[in-house]
Design a protein around this ligand. Structure first.
Ligand code: FAD
Length: 158
């Protein structure tokens, strides 16, 4: 809306500010980084928040982490739309990202591969998700996940 009112082009999803008029942003679903210069007097930008260090403490905004889900899970009705991670969903960059039964489609990977530690559980050892995972387990999720839950105290059933 702001760009329309100002009649100026928007630079979306920036990864860095190189100078007052120059920014970098991902293109081709994150496979390449473009350097973009804007001659507009007002810069209308959107920011990929995970590419920047957190602001200093003292603010009052809430910080919530939702579950990581693929579009297939959303379409199947397992989780709400808000949970979709990927090109047409949200961006996540978690300290620990556990991808369970996720194939690793480029549209999904593009917005989650900045997570610090990625653990993948998939029964198909050829699954693309293993290419970005720091730790991979080839296993049936219905067996592996309950076993993990047993090992984590907070995950144990009461
Ligand atoms: C324009 C466009 C935009 C898109 N945007 C997004 C987006 O924003 N986000 C997104 O996620 N997708 C997006 N997609 C869809 C994307 O291409 C994939 O179809 C989707 O990510 C696949 O989700 P999935 O890996 O959960 O499902 P699937 O491809 O069905 O893969 C399921 C995986 O689970 C494994 N599995 C199955 N059963 C078990 C079991 N019992 N134990 C262990 N592993 C098991 C399988 O081996 C498989 O690897 C987009 C597609 C297009 C064309």
């Amino acid at each position: 809306m702001a760009k329309a009112l100002l009649d100026m082009a928007q630079i979306s999803d920036i990864l860095s500010v190189e100078s007052a008029d120059t920014f970098t942003r991902p293109i081709d679903a994150g496979n390449a980084i473009a350097t973009v210069k804007s001659a507009n007097p007002v810069k209308v930008i959107t920011v990929r928040t995970t590419a920047f260090e957190p602001a200093a403490e003292g603010g009052s905004a809430s910080d919530e982490t939702l579950g990581g889900a693929s579009r297939a899970a959303v379409v199947a009705g397992f989780v709400p739309n808000d949970y979709q991670v990927g090109q047409t969903g949200t961006i996540v960059a978690l300290e620990l990202h556990v991808a369970v039964g996720i194939s690793g489609a480029i549209q999904h990977l593009a917005r989650m591969k900045d997570s610090k530690v990625i653990v993948a559980i998939n029964k198909n050892e050829e699954a693309t998700i293993f290419q970005v995972a720091d730790y991979g387990l080839v296993a049936d999720l219905f067996k592996a996940v309950p076993e993990f839950a047993e090992l984590i105290p907070a995950g144990r059933p009461a």
